[in-house]
Ligand binder design. Structure first.
Ligand code: FAD
Length: 342
């Protein structure tokens, strides 16, 4: 098979890039690894500032369809007071979206279904003067795809970058531990998203629907809590000193805990002559930054423009420089966020 652009990874960044390339009439495939494990359904908050970007790309309707409006969130850091951040003063959108990631991904997949290509295993990647060739395996059959450009959209795994020997730089070791809990509306809270810190970490609870809340606890890899938090039985103990977060735990369930990386990191090189990284594969933010989905969509749009520019080498370099600057700005902002956590 021959194509112009090979996108590896079918998360939000890979699928949004595919949608934008399809709009521009660029021949491409999205390699969709068939996952053995089912991903945990998650609610994700998209702040008001991202909605204009989604609208400019004609994606606001798609993202809104599977979302509910949200008008703010609450947080409690250390011994500080309960803080409420309202979106009502934002313009032009006075609300954010709380989306069901699984459903949004399904809708995006449907939009680009003619470009999706499923596989089980990426065996080899070769670069030569003519372009890139990828050797895949699907149900024990080898498949070879040749392209002019390859895109790493595999999130923090950076699967393509690893094959190209591009190293990553890490600025913290944060991990996320998430589980589903029965829905509970807290009497002291108005908004459906609440954040609270505790010793060695912090947690967020957010409603997925009117039956389920999702709680995610964040700690550093190597912290005293890293192992105990993998068992829900220990969460009550760990959260015992919190003022509000502990109220969301339930004795009637013993949910499985899903663990993932949530570090701040970047690829030391984001583009080459015939490859580029987008989304978390390029630059990954700490969950305290509310701009993760914004960043992913921004990257996909900037990448689509760079791919279709006349002078590709200059446009790839501009893309690389811009993402480098965004990450530098994020790092300065992150110091403030970490001070908030205390
Ligand atoms: C618990 C949790 C809560 C979150 N909440 C929010 C929120 O409220 N607001 C917000 O803005 N953001 C939130 N995020 C972050 C947001 O989901 C990410 O920023 C965004 O999904 C990153 O998109 P991506 O496409 O770059 O990477 P990913 O979503 O990680 O997608 C990567 C894709 O590549 C595939 N892949 C991975 N490894 C390989 C490989 N080796 N070979 C082939 N394919 C591979 C994966 O299967 C996946 O399809 C949250 C994340 C988590 C984990």
């Amino acid at each position: 098979m021959k194509t112009q652009v090979i996108i590896v990874g079918s998360g939000i960044s890979g699928l949004v890039l595919s949608y934008l390339l399809k709009e521009k009439g660029v021949d491409h495939v999205v390699l969709n690894r068939v996952e053995k494990q089912k991903a945990l359904e998650l609610p994700e908050t998209v702040p008001p500032s991202t909605l204009a970007l989604l609208e400019s790309l004609n994606l606001l309707e798609l993202f809104s369809k599977r979302s509910s409006k949200t008008f703010g969130y609450h947080s409690l850091w250390g011994s500080g007071p309960l803080r409420t951040d309202n979106y009502l003063h934002h313009n032009p959108y006075k609300f954010g979206l709380k989306l069901n990631r699984k459903e949004v991904l399904q809708d995006l997949e449907f939009l680009v279904s003619d470009h999706l290509f499923s596989y089980n295993h990426l065996k080899e990647l070769q670069q030569n003067d003519k372009g890139i060739s990828v050797l895949l395996e699907f149900e024990n059959q080898p498949i070879s795809i040749e392209g002019n450009i390859i895109i790493d959209a595999t999130g923090r795994n950076r699967a393509v970058l690893k094959q190209l020997d591009i190293i990553s730089e890490f600025f913290d070791n944060q991990i996320a531990l998430s589980c589903h809990l029965p829905y509970f509306k807290h009497p002291h809270l108005i908004h459906p998203v609440f954040i609270e810190s505790f010793e060695h970490g912090w947690g967020i609870v957010s409603a997925l629907n009117d039956e389920t809340n999702v709680m995610t606890l964040y700690t550093q890899n190597g912290s005293p809590l890293q192992h105990s938090l993998k068992d829900y039985e220990n969460w009550k103990d760990v959260l015992s000193n919190t003022k509000i977060l502990k109220d969301f735990l339930s004795d009637s369930v013993n949910p499985a805990i899903h663990v993932g990386n949530a570090n701040s990191s970047r690829a030391t090189q984001i583009t080459g002559s015939n490859w580029m990284a987008i989304g978390n594969a390029a630059i990954a933010f700490n969950p305290l930054s509310s701009h993760r989905i914004s960043n992913v969509v921004y990257c996909a749009n900037a990448a689509a423009n760079a791919i279709t520019a006349e002078d590709r080498s200059a446009s790839f370099q501009r893309y690389d420089d811009t993402l480098g600057k965004i990450f530098e700005a994020y790092l300065s902002h992150r110091i403030g966020l970490m001070e908030d956590v205390g």
